[in-house]
Design a protein. Structure first.
Ligand code: ATP
Ligand code: MG
Length: 300
């Protein structure tokens, strides 16, 4: 199948989940268990994913060679939605040299002594590279919004802490993403949309299977109480920051194989749109290559 045809196929699995304008967006319209009617055996899904990751690896090689564009992939989700394993699978084929993964945890006191974007901005991807944010500046309008005691630790001047603070932060985030885009960074944002019931099942597995015990954290279970608050915060974040140039993907996450396919497809589609190619060799460079060839052939 030609690439063009594959892309057309792929779009069936990316377009339904891609949000490019926030107006009217509602989470309830998105089913975490959706697989677009696709029923695949484990091995078929793995095969398809492998083709996607190989394609991505080729594109990444050109991205790196050109050293102009960069890609920022933002992953946000409730716990156990599969952020880590999705990142691992989707990026499995790419050259580690061209990739930078950052996992953002609770901020340090140094982080808290700066504006909220500081620690993220210093990790925006270099030209030619794929930057992956496992959690991101969106935590500043998610966990910080759900637990306002975290906001209190951020040392903001009190007159600036008003009811409008979340709308203001969201506007700031949207602006930063505009800025990144204009600098040549492609921004893609993934919300892995797991259901509350599936999350419970996965927590249970963490408790029951010894090899998964290490992943279990009692505080994750406590966060379930705030589920609705999180969903509200996610919904408003997506409404305020979805755009054509920095789309959100609300990826169904109750079936891991489908999550991986949608994420891989979305990334492939976005880099494919850049129409990447290896840098052209100019006359001067060609001469250099000729000389080097002659030198090597002459026994150097
Ligand atoms: P894992 O899959 O290993 O559990 P994780 O991303 O959940 O990965 P944890 O160390 O379990 O990592 O949790 C990190 C915690 O840090 C999360 O609860 C998250 O909400 C919190 N966090 C991230 N960014 C911020 C922030 N800016 N302010 C406060 N808390 C934050
Ligand atoms: Mg965790």
């Amino acid at each position: 199948m030609a690439r063009k045809e594959i892309l057309d196929q792929i779009q069936k699995y990316t377009r339904p989940f891609r949000i490019t304008k926030g107006k009217g967006f509602q989470l309830k319209d998105f089913d975490p268990g959706d697989t677009r009617g696709l029923k695949l055996e484990k091995s078929e899904a793995a095969d398809l994913l492998q083709r996607g990751t190989e394609w991505l690896a080729e594109e990444q090689d050109m991205l790196y060679a050109q050293n102009r564009w960069s890609l920022l992939l933002v992953f946000q989700a409730m716990d156990a939605a599969g952020k880590d394993s999705t990142i691992r699978h989707v990026m499995s084929g790419v050259n580690p040299q061209g990739c930078q993964v950052f996992s953002f945890k609770q901020p340090s006191s140094e982080d808290l002594d700066h504006d909220f974007m500081w620690r993220y901005a210093s990790r925006f991807p270099e030209r030619g590279k794929i930057g992956i944010f496992n959690r991101s500046y969106y935590e500043e309008v998610l966990v910080v919004r759900v637990h306002e005691e975290i906001l209190k630790r951020q040392q903001l001047p009190l007159p600036l802490v008003s009811k409008r603070i979340w709308d203001e932060r969201l506007a700031d985030i949207a602006h930063i993403e505009d800025y990144l885009t204009r600098q040549g960074t492609i921004v893609l944002k993934f919300f892995l949309n797991v259901s509350r019931a599936e999350q419970k099942k996965r927590f249970m597995q963490r408790l029951e299977r010894p090899e998964k015990n290490w992943k279990f954290s009692a505080s994750d279970v406590r966060e379930r109480k705030f589920w609705d608050d999180y969903m509200h915060a996610f919904e408003e974040a997506i409404q305020a920051t979805a755009s054509k140039h920095a789309p959100w993907y609300v990826v169904p996450a109750d079936n891991k194989w489908f999550t991986r396919l949608v994420v891989a497809a979305a990334i492939v589609e976005a880099v494919e749109e850049l129409d990447l190619a290896y840098p052209k060799v100019d006359a001067q460079k060609k001469k250099e290559l000729e000389l080097a060839r002659a030198e090597l052939a002459g026994g150097a």
